[in-house]
Design a protein around this ligand. Structure first.
Ligand code: WTA
Length: 631
């Protein structure tokens, strides 16, 4: 691969990490691990009781534990401890979908609301360890709810509000949630999302959900079951604003977040409290070089790990002002992001390559209407960023004076694992650059990226499924599922997934989930899902579908199948291409050869490799000749 150019380090007198101290700190984080992490834990987190061991266990025995016997509370660290000095500082800026609608909350105001909601939860019988599902739009109440749950030691499972009722139901059941917090409706790009309706449909089959708390986001009436439903505002008004923080063990479950794997249903990644909080507070400060007074904006939805770690917990732990945006980048116009940056004088901006690609595609005139002079630093996450898109972000958005941190990490890792340090790393467009402290990446002979040592923010287990947790480890290393390369200058380049996980607009989707969704339609006999590159979304779904005997392939049927996928997963998994297939290439033992389907969909058929194991080689020829070039 041709090397791209390198941008020299921009010096900053307020840089925490510099070219001079990086190597020394990194070496300490590996060679003197316990002392290094002990110091970080003391620096970033307030503990009710100090741990008596920094780390125990290993990957081989699946029993890593961090900050053993330490006691703390996440809400205390994010809110209460800032009250002495920052009670009146704005903690949360909320920008509504409608440009005219916005709100701010000081730390004191958040504290009051969180305490009231925490008391409502307690009154409803929620106890330490109980799971509560959040199915909420990007509104202040979602952040308040996460922190109220953390305050009383319950466990949140946030489900992205773009998931369907069926997907929501599966997640509620898997986590055995006792309660759901939602809104009557959501609002994105002036479109309505029927959240309460979806919750009602989902919980019909969830007998253990006793209550649904509903935020009134719009004026729309919704169906109401007075025995189960509670209006958020009414309940808060009646609750006391005094609620002590529960003292939690560092190893207590903190939250569950579902994400897709290579096979099977989505898995509930379980994070425990102490290590996660240390990791996200530290990475938020060092990777974004966050300084007191900075206005920080992460565009991720709270339904994903980036929203958890870098919209809520990391920034608030550090006493930052965090911005939450309800809407979408192109409503009312494609200037929206840049207007928000100017309006609030945002200093640090963190988004996904897919958003940058989409906005670049709209043309520079939308950017040129704005100044963006407040920006000091830009970040990306979620998928590889193409060097030309990186250059556009750097020059056109950042006015060529903001370093870009391309941060590689995963739901499972909790926090950023590989990234540039903004004022220490010469930047190479498209490379995630250097390992974070304590992270030891290695690339095996197949190009698979593995991590060798435990780090504090790593998941504790897969909820209800310890066997799937074990699948992450091989040869005493954590298997990331990504491919990567390492260049002569010691930079890491993440090239994409090595398994059957697809990233569509940065959202993680498992091919098997999409296949199951197709199979819910009676007309479908067999289906093979692969990904193809997409200029804006990064990847798109290409489906090879074999219909049952006697079913006629029609465009209406395609629509019906797309509907089935949206029904069972959500709009994010909408297939872009559906090719009818008389048969799918299979081995003689009946296994679908996805490797071949991938090559056919990507028009990469000059070398199809060994076809001798194929049951019926003619099928491949036919599929190639019928490959779709447009929808
Ligand atoms: C991909 C998102 C390239 C990768 C935080 C990973 C990236 C998956 C980057 C995790 C990056 C994330 N460059 N690829 N900077 N960041 N990825 O769990 O494939 O939603 O395994 O977490 O996103 O997705 P997840």
């Amino acid at each position: 691969m041709a090397e791209t150019k390198t941008y020299p380090v921009m010096h900053n007198k307020n840089a925490y990490i510099t070219e001079a101290n990086y190597s020394e700190l990194y070496a300490r984080s590996i060679n003197d691990r316990d002392n290094f992490w002990g110091e970080q834990a003391e620096k970033y987190i307030t503990w009710f009781q100090k741990w008596n061991q920094v780390m125990t266990g290993d990957f081989e025995n699946f029993n890593v534990e961090w900050f053993v016997n330490g006691k703390l509370n996440a809400c205390y660290n994010c809110i209460d401890r800032h009250l002495a000095k920052k009670a009146n500082q704005i903690a949360l800026i909320w920008q509504g979908d409608d440009p005219k609608e916005s709100l701010t909350f000081t730390f004191a105001e958040l504290h009051e609301k969180i305490c009231r909601l925490a008391n409502v939860l307690k009154k409803e019988g929620i106890k330490k360890g109980d799971r509560i599902c959040l199915y909420l739009p990007m509104i202040p109440e979602s952040l308040i709810a996460m922190l109220a749950i953390a305050r009383i030691g319950a466990v949140h499972s946030v489900v992205f509000a773009g998931f369907s009722a069926e997907a929501l139901q599966n997640r509620i059941l898997n986590a055995d949630c006792r309660m759901v917090i939602t809104a009557n409706e959501g609002l994105r790009g002036n479109k309505i999302i029927p959240l309460k309706e979806n919750v009602d449909a989902a919980i019909q089959h969830c007998p253990k959900v006793s209550k649904v708390i509903v935020v009134k986001r719009t004026d729309q009436a919704v169906s109401w079951d007075a025995t189960k439903n509670i209006w958020y505002a009414d309940a808060l008004a009646q609750a006391s604003a005094d609620c002590p923080c529960e003292s939690m063990d560092a190893l207590d479950p903190f939250f569950i977040l579902y994400t897709s794997g290579s096979t099977g249903k989505p898995k509930g990644i379980l994070h425990t409290l102490g290590g996660y909080l240390v990791q996200v507070a530290m990475t938020h400060q060092l990777i974004f070089n966050y300084e007191a007074g900075d206005i920080y904006w992460c565009t991720a939805d709270i339904g994903w790990i980036t929203g958890h770690s870098y919209l809520v917990y990391g920034p608030l732990c550090n006493g930052a002002t965090t911005l939450m945006f309800e809407g979408v980048p192109y409503y009312p116009t494609p200037s929206r992001f840049w207007e928000i940056i100017d309006k609030y004088q945002v200093n640090i901006f963190y988004t996904a390559p897919t958003a940058i690609r989409a906005l670049r595609h709209e043309g520079d005139e939308w950017v040129k209407k704005t100044k963006r002079t407040s920006l000091k630093l830009l970040g990306t996450v979620g998928e590889p960023i193409n060097p030309e898109v990186w250059e556009w972000y750097y020059h056109t958005i950042g006015n060529s004076h903001c370093p870009i941190v391309d941060t590689w990490w995963q739901t499972e890792t909790g926090g950023i694992m590989i990234s540039a340090y903004p004022f220490a790393t010469p930047l190479k467009p498209g490379s995630a650059a250097w390992p974070f402290f304590g992270v030891v990446p290695q690339i095996d002979s197949l190009g698979n990226l593995t991590l060798q040592h435990p780090w504090p923010g790593m998941m504790k287990t897969v909820y209800n499924d310890p066997e799937r947790f074990k699948e992450y480890f091989k040869n005493n290393a954590y298997q990331t599922g990504d491919n990567a390369r390492y260049d002569d200058d010691h930079y890491y380049w993440i090239t994409g997934r090595c398994d059957d996980v697809i990233k569509i607009s940065g959202h993680r989707i498992g091919t098997e989930e999409v296949e199951s969704a197709f199979l819910t339609d009676e007309a479908v006999s067999e289906v093979g899902i692969v990904s193809v590159p997409d200029e804006i979304k990064g990847e798109a779904i290409y489906a090879f579908v074999t219909l049952k005997q006697g079913v006629t392939p029609t465009d209406d049927l395609k629509k019906q199948l797309i509907h089935a996928v949206r029904q069972s997963i959500g709009a994010i998994a909408t297939p872009k291409y559906i090719q009818w297939a008389d048969g799918l290439p299979k081995t003689r033992s009946g296994k679908i050869m996805r490797r071949l389907l991938r090559k056919i969909a990507n028009n990469d058929v000059s070398d199809l490799g060994d076809l001798s194991t194929l049951a019926d080689p003619d099928i491949v020829k036919k599929l190639i000749s019928e490959r779709l070039t447009s929808i």
